[in-house]
Design a protein around this ligand. Structure first.
Ligand code: MG
Length: 164
């Protein structure tokens, strides 16, 4: 059987405070930038969208259910560790990833120079070859909050299969 899953996330981009600099992370890969993602965890919007895509495809809920923001345990959590836990659940249910395709939308920074590092990071977490993972960077042409550089938005779509 095959199933598709769709994930979406948006996180605000802020400079943070001197004691707490926010980082701009995409699937655990840090892109040097003046602003970073805010959030209860480390704010990694791509990791979160991919979590929702794979959990949704397997019918296993969503990231908010699995890692509630009300739980102190997930404060400043490494989102790639959360993704590995989510994938372990999906794998335990008998699924493997066929492919994953993602769109990262932000005005800055440029995603392209980091694309293969991001693909590698996702491939490792999802136990798939890098050829099964793709990530595209887009801008919003200056439109809306994302276009004004106030947020990063991510779409993720996956296909999973099992032997059933
Ligand atoms: Mg999120």
């Amino acid at each position: 059987m095959i199933r598709t899953g769709l994930g979406y996330d948006i996180h605000r981009l802020e400079r943070g405070s001197p004691g707490k600099r926010r980082r701009f992370l995409l699937a655990g890969v840090e892109i040097p930038f003046s602003k970073g993602e805010t959030g209860h965890s480390d704010g990694d919007a791509l990791a979160h969208a991919v979590c929702d895509a794979i959990l949704g495809a397997a019918g296993l809920g969503d990231i908010g259910e699995m890692f509630p923001p009300s739980e102190p345990a997930w404060k400043d959590a490494d989102s790639m560790a959360l993704l590995r836990k989510a994938f372990a659940r999906v794998k335990q249910a008998g699924w493997r990833l066929v492919n994953l395709d993602c769109v990262v939308i932000c005005e800055k920074p440029k995603v392209l120079p980091y694309r293969d590092a991001i693909r590698n990071s996702l491939a490792e977490a999802l136990e798939a070859g890098i050829d099964r993972i793709f990530v595209k960077g887009k801008t919003k042409e200056g439109l809306g909050p994302v276009g004004k550089g106030k947020a990063v938005e991510v779409l993720a779509q996956c296909l999973i299969e099992n032997q059933g």
